[in-house]
Design a protein around this ligand. Structure first.
Ligand code: NDP
Length: 481
């Protein structure tokens, strides 16, 4: 098996195996080949990981922020040095083309480690003058955090949670998706090689039941989930039982609005990136592309021509632009949506076929209406819906008419309109004349059913620390008794 890790779990700074846990396989999605065999975490493994994290956290929190940052910086450098190996591993586990993983996955994880390494030493509290007395605030870590990841950006998700958690003095127990279990282990190895003390970043494998065991553990102060809305509802409810802090990065059905004055080539390029990158398996994808009626014809023409040139194939070949879906189940689900779109009367402009294995062609539907299932539900595959609109108020109302609120995009040369429209869109992240760029410097997250909390940027501080207020009395106590 060409990507077999040393063991299934990484706990207390070492690889750990427990054959008593149910066995499962990781597959290379391009061929279905089994590339690794792992075991789900048993309750004993979860206990060991939680205990390791709880034991290690206090000493880590007591270290100087620059010391913590130095270790994370070192880990970021190792990630960059090993980018090719990490990218190949991610491609094997996810089926995403190497062309993408070389620039978007481990590299983004390294950015997060660098960013929070530099951020942690700058964190300060407030002093509050109160006449004779005063108060001040301290930023404290939360303690042990639980992280649960989706399968589309495994190492990036792990690093986006690990970097702020560790930089601000927390410990993390992370469960990757059972579909893509491998790269979180590689990240654990790298963090420890960089000098992270044992127990601060632990990886346990398994499905939803293992995730639930983490969320329900009384030692956990905070839960950060990246996943679908249905899972988010369950995890949020379970976390509420324990009054735990949460970050919920959930799904979306985001609008991308192309006004009549947009640079059409750029808008087409953005719509393609926002629907076909990672075979469409991106939470922020602009899957509802609203195009002004007067430019619909040329937009579709350019889109069909460029989509027809997308190179599908072996993801390990750097010339390949699009790989398969992550699993047979996901490919089947996506094909089900395509059939539904056709049945509902949407016009297939291009794609629509499954050329074999877990591959699905990049697919564009036109004449899509708001009530169609393909315009309402998150497909998480390479399926773009193009809808037509006539005026600004109308398109904003339609863009917002969804339970989701993860992201939105606006293409126009009129910047006044761009800001006005963005101001009215119900979305956590908006792009003007760009799409799907998520630099670590920019806060990221959703509104409405797409989630709560923010990852990245200064905003992440709020979600991995808490404020302690300290009142300092400097005179006699004024007691009435
Ligand atoms: P899922 O919601 O199916 O799973 C997410 C994670 O939660 C997996 O590790 C899963 O385990 C775990 N899980 C499932 N049930 C429970 C439970 N009851 N308690 C605790 N953990 C549980 O999402 P997918 O993996 O299918 O990923 C796709 C989804 O993720 C899409 O909806 C996408 O939009 C969203 N996403 C959101 C992002 C964001 O930042 N907003 C970014 C990327 C994806 P397992 O799967 O191993 O059983």
């Amino acid at each position: 098996m060409r990507a077999q890790p040393k063991a299934s779990h990484f706990i207390g700074g070492v690889y750990v195996e427990d054959d008593a846990g149910a066995a499962f396989h990781s597959h290379y999605p391009a061929t279905g080949e089994v590339i690794a065999k792992l075991h789900s975490a048993t309750p004993a493994i979860v206990e060991r990981a939680m205990a390791a994290a709880a034991d290690a956290q206090a000493d880590w929190a007591a270290r100087l922020p620059v010391e913590r940052g130095r270790i994370l910086q070192r880990a970021a450098q190792i990630m960059r040095d090993r980018n090719r190996d990490l990218s190949e591993l991610e491609t094997l586990d996810t089926g995403k083309p190497l062309q993408e993983t070389l620039v978007a996955d481990a590299a983004s994880g390294a950015d997060a480690l660098e960013y929070f390494a530099g951020f942690a030493p700058t964190v300060t509290g407030q002093t509050i003058a109160l006449g004779r007395d005063m108060a001040y605030t301290l930023r404290e870590p939360l303690g042990v955090c639980a992280g649960i990841g989706a399968w589309n950006y495994p190492i990036q998700i792990a690093a986006w949670k690990a970097a702020p958690a560790l930089a601000f003095g927390n410990a993390l127990v992370f469960k990757p998706s059972e579909v893509t279990p491998l790269s979180a282990l590689a990240l654990a190895e790298i963090l420890h090689e960089a000098g992270l003390p044992a127990g601060l970043f632990n990886v346990v494998q398994g499905a939803g039941d293992v995730g639930a065991a983490l969320v329900g553990d009384s030692r956990v102060a905070k839960v950060s989930l990246t996943g679908s809305v249905p899972t988010g509802r369950k995890v949020y409810a379970q976390a509420a039982e324990g009054i735990r802090a949460v970050t919920m990065e959930l799904g979306g059905k985001s609008p991308l609005i192309v006004f009549e004055d947009a640079d059409l080539d750029n808008a087409v390029g953005a719509a393609m990136l926002g629907n076909f990158y990672s075979s469409g398996q991106i939470c922020t994808n602009g899957t509802r592309v609203f195009v002004a009626r007067s430019v619909l014809g040329p937009f579709l023409e350019k889109l069909a021509a460029r989509t027809g040139r997308i190179v599908m194939g072996d993801p390990l070949d750097e010339a390949t632009q699009m790989g398969p879906l992550v699993s047979a189940a996901q490919a089947e689900r996506v094909m089900g949506y395509i059939a539904r779109g056709i049945a509902e009367g949407a016009r297939l402009v291009c794609g629509g076929n499954a050329p074999g294995g877990w591959f699905v062609e990049p697919t564009v539907f036109a004449d899509v209406t708001d009530d169609m299932v393909i315009a309402r539900e998150e497909i998480f595959g390479p399926v773009m819906s193009v809808l037509v609109f006539d005026d600004e108020d109308e398109v904003i109302a339609r863009a917002n008419a969804t339970e989701y609120g993860l992201a939105a995009g606006v293409f126009t040369r009129d910047l006044t309109r761009a800001h006005r429209v963005v101001g009215r869109l119900q979305a956590g992240t908006c792009w003007i004349n760009a799409y799907n760029l998520t630099p670590v410097e920019m806060p990221f997250g959703g509104v409405k059913a797409s989630g709560v909390g923010r990852e990245n940027g200064h905003a992440a501080l709020e979600h991995y620390t808490r404020v302690k207020s300290v009142y300092l009395g400097m005179g006699d106590v004024d007691a009435p008794y």
